[in-house]
Design a protein around this ligand. Structure first.
Ligand SMILES: Nc1nc2c(c(=O)[nH]1)N[C@H]1C(S)=C(S)[C@@H](COP(=O)(O)OP(=O)(O)OC[C@H]3O[C@@H](n4cnc5c(N)ncnc54)[C@H](O)[C@@H]3O)O[C@H]1N2
Ligand code: MOO
Length: 405
């Protein structure tokens, strides 16, 4: 498991989605006093329940402390929601449940109260020094509320892993360019940047690498200086698929080359020397027995839907680990097939699909598509239906796993 990267201290307002690198402690009891949760009267429950007429001795609002003597027998204090319940009272009667006549207070017929009613005792939510948020927690609105309550204007969080993105392919042009009829806009660098951000990383799109050795060597040398390098395209069997070759030249160690999935079979994963050196045969020895730092890399298949599926399955878990997260696994749920589906074949298949939630459970329905280049179909889907390798058809109603985006 890779160790998380550095930490940094950031303002609370910038902390959405970041991961805490230290616990947050309550700096005082929460609530800090016995807190009234209703507008009404602080009284002794037994007295009011017994029908005793009480004398109202004053009024207290949130932000004030009762400065008079403790509430004694036969007395009541008007109190507002959020105010500290004074000594001597043991419950707050809601104002709708009592009768007030001048300074006299009595119970509505047949109403009774228990001690503690409508009071949250001091320290019931947290005691000073308690951990109210553990290290490793992702910051969202609820965590921001806790941090603010505990007086934390800044938070120590894990640094976002820095991710270099390189699209490879002679057919690719920038998205602002008007492509020739045989050219393709480089959508992967953009979708990968979006995926990286969503997984907690900080993406940087490097220049498109051409399908030739020198250009790839230069781009990969540049990309090796990031925490993670994600390449797309050029990992298959074709004559111009040179990514694996150049990674190997640059001293890469491969953890796996290929996965038994469709789409995504040609995906590769490994690490390469963080050298920044552009490979040339005369410099080959500099990459051998590398003792310095390493950069993780993925070579993802170029087909855009393969790229996304591989990202969810392989890249996002590593990225989350580098960002300090404990929840590494891709998000899978189970659902029932809405329709019969052909057998997946030899490889586990990930097919664009839509989830529908109804009273009787969750169903999943495949979206028609033209294969792993079909980004439009993928965008019509919200998830990927997972079909295990098998030649046998699955029936409507069968339970399958679903990979969420
Ligand atoms: N003979 C074989 N051919 C192929 C195999 C195989 O096993 N034997 N595998 C196929 C599979 S599966 C896939 S997936 C693709 C993956 O190929 P590459 O990773 O080498 O990707 P490319 O050939 O460069 O491109 C594939 C496809 O995707 C388009 N593409 C590439 N990059 C981008 C980008 N940045 N933005 C948008 N679209 C992109 C590219 O134009 C191609 O259409 O290989 C099969 N072939
Ligand atoms: O497996 Mo490829 O990834 O079919 O598109």
């Amino acid at each position: 498991m890779p160790a998380p990267l550095e930490r940094e201290r950031i303002g609370l307002r910038d902390a959405d989605g970041r991961l805490l690198a230290e616990p947050i402690y309550a700096d005082r009891d929460q609530p800090p006093f016995d807190r009234s949760t209703r507008d009404g009267y602080a009284v002794r429950a037994a007295e009011l329940s017994a029908g005793t007429a009480l004398h109202i001795i004053g009024s207290l609002r949130a932000g004030e402390l009762w400065s008079g003597p403790a509430i004694s027998s036969g007395e009541a204090l008007e109190i507002m929601t959020g105010a500290p319940v004074p000594e001597g009272a043991d419950c707050v009667a809601m104002l709708e449940h009592v009768l007030r006549n001048g300074d006299n207070l009595s119970a509505q017929p047949a109403r009774t109260w228990k001690p503690g009613e409508n009071i949250v005792p001091r320290g019931a939510e947290a005691h000073a020094g308690d951990v109210v948020l553990p290290s490793g927690r992702t910051v969202g609105p609820a965590e921001v509320a806790v941090a603010a309550t505990s007086g934390c204007a800044t938070l120590e969080v894990y640094a976002r892993p820095r991710v270099a993105i390189i699209a490879t392919g002679d057919e690719l042009v920038g998205i602002a360019q008007q492509p020739e009829p045989w050219q393709i806009r480089n959508s992967n660098s953009w979708s990968l940047a979006s995926l990286v951000s969503a997984a907690g990383g900080s993406p940087e799109r490097l220049a498109i690498a051409r399908d030739e050795l020198d250009d790839l060597r230069e781009r990969i040398a540049q990309g090796s200086m990031w925490d993670l390098l994600v390449l797309s395209g050029g990992v298959s069997m074709g004559k111009h698929d040179l990514v694996e070759q150049v990674l190997t030249e640059c001293g890469a160690e491969f953890f796996f080359t290929g996965a038994w999935i469709q789409p995504g079979k040609p995906v590769v994963f490994g690490r390469l020397p963080k050298s920044g050196i552009v490979y040339h045969p005369s410099r080959a020895r500099e990459f051998e027995n590398w003792q310095g730092e390493w950069t993780y890399f993925f070579g993802l298949p170029g087909n855009p839907v393969s790229t996304e599926v591989c990202f969810h399955l392989f890249v996002a878990p590593l990225l989350r680990a580098l960002g300090g997260r404990a929840d590494l696994a891709p998000a899978f749920v189970e659902a029932r097939l809405a329709e019969d589906v052909k057998g997946a074949g030899a490889r586990t298949r990930f097919l664009p699909a839509q989830l529908t939630s109804a009273w009787d459970g969750v169903t999943v329905k495949l979206v028609p598509w033209q294969g792993s280049g079909d980004v439009a179909a993928s965008a019509r889907a919200g998830c990927f239906c997972v079909l295990p390798p098998s030649s046998e058809a699955l029936r409507a109603g069968d339970t399958v796993r679903v990979l969420l985006r």
